[in-house]
Design a protein around this ligand. Structure first.
Ligand code: SF4
Length: 114
């Protein structure tokens, strides 16, 4: 090993450290973009025509028990098979494409996630 190897090794280490950090930044950026895309969907409003048709409620505790006697308060979007979001907050629903629904919401096509 000559005296000249040291600067080359230092440059090599800096290069790999920089490349590693950049790759990590790209991966983190992708994760942030994916999660913010779901959160950026416009919210489904109870007054939207399809929401009215499906009797969507932003809060499952507000569902009319007389109209839906089989509804239970523990039935929420968060545990519905059509929901693709986090356990709290909002997320996409396969039934209402392009909109976000609330994790604590409910509609008449609710089906337990398996
Ligand atoms: Fe919520 Fe499921 Fe209805 Fe979508 S289909 S709004 S996730 S209950």
């Amino acid at each position: 090993m000559s005296q000249n190897d040291k600067p080359v090794n230092m440059h090599r280490r800096q290069f790999f450290a920089t490349v590693g950090a950049a790759a990590g930044s790209v991966a983190l950026g992708t994760l942030v973009t994916q999660s913010s895309n779901a959160a950026d969907l416009p919210p489904l409003k109870e007054a939207d025509s399809l929401a009215v048709t499906m009797n969507y409620k932003e809060d499952t505790t507000k569902v009319d028990g007389k109209k839906f006697p089989n509804h239970k308060a523990d039935q929420t979007c968060a545990n519905c098979q059509f929901y693709q979001g986090p356990a709290t907050g909002v997320g996409p629903c396969q039934i209402f494409a392009g909109k976000s629904v609330t994790a604590k919401g409910w509609c008449q096509v609710w089906a337990l996630k398996k």
